[in-house]
Design a protein around this ligand. Sequence first.
Ligand code: ATP
Ligand code: MG
Length: 402
Amino acid sequence: MRERVILVRYGEIGLKGRNRPQFEKALVRQIRRALAGRPGVDVYRTPGRVWVEPGGDVEGALEALQRVFGVVAASPADRVPLDLDAISQAAATVLEEALAGEKGTGDEPVTFKVEARRSNKAFPLTSLELNQELGRRLLAAHPALRVDVHRPRITVGVEIRHDAAYVYARSVPGPGGLPVGVTGRACALLSGGIDSPVAVWMAMKRGLTVIPVHFHSPPFTSERSKEKVIDLVRILARWGGPLRLWVVYFTEIQRAIQLDCPPQLTITLMRRMMFRLAERIAAREGALALVTGESLGQVASQTLESIHTISRVTTLPVLRPLIGMDKAEIIDRAKAIGTYDVSILPYEDCCTLFVPSQPATRPRPEQAEAAERVRDWEPLLAEALDRSEVLELEEARAAGAF
Ligand code: ATP
Ligand code: MG
């Protein structure tokens, strides 16, 4: 029976010096999370490598690794004794499997190379000798192939370690990025829409631990709209959870804006209040940035003037991962992440409910400040935080698709 393990590849650019062990530890932690509950799974590091013992279900483990940020690719490898014949037999097997997956390209011969790496210097052949010897044997068995050391279609990897040799050719792409937790913490403003879940995902992809914050206005917004956001967070948690969701009680602030402020500024003022509250939550959570799903020019509240006037209320950096994306790209990404189907459910959001017919498209900071001067907001802001709910949410284990 074949003994199989998974070799995990991760990006090495920028991973010099002291960052590297920290990155690798976080990666191992995230892989353990993604594989939790699978019998027989083990995850460990050797210098420059992360390995997964997949238990019985290699394909299932490979699929789960596609949701671990930091993973560039994963290769299922055969573990064989430190014996040249055994290694060469395994190389033939993995090469043949890779060939079966190759689409024919007419008369062009399929190219390959062997790439050996010998950390066990007691093994009698050097890496170079292994490359040559294994390449020779593979060519003898498959005369139609060609060796191409620069741009091969198939690379047969061989790792010579102290316990065994590991041989692989298949490579399953991962999501790339950095393991969740390595770059810091940020609070993300999460609505029930299509965009902000994608923004959260992209922030997580760059290694941030994200604390989602949702503004909820019962009874104007229903319990269902809150559940929708919880569902979105559970889907996002598959990519690096658990996630702590703040559901902020926004009703009184919303009502006060509605009653006391010019209707064309409603959205601007609501967003300013959201940013103020998110900044306070960030302070409690040790977060150093806010994340939003804003893009440029999509709607009235996302003109540059509007973004400027809204951002003025916080000194935290506001990260807008979607700023360079078109709506169609955002939708495609939401589908790939798995949030799209939930996002398009119709439950109202506090912003959609209170949209004035003529929102200001170029609100100036002085206008917003003047409008806010009508009352003391501090008691309302404090109450909103006091009445917030904080939920620790585990990932949704979906049947089928994931
Ligand atoms: P989304 O699809 O994320 O709702 P949108 O295109 O509808 O975004 P806006 O309604 O202008 O855009 O919202 C801009 C951003 O403000 C959202 O991406 C989100 O980050 C934040 N936001 C809006 N409403 C809420 C809310 N109820 N709770 C938390 N954040 C919100
Ligand atoms: Mg929205």
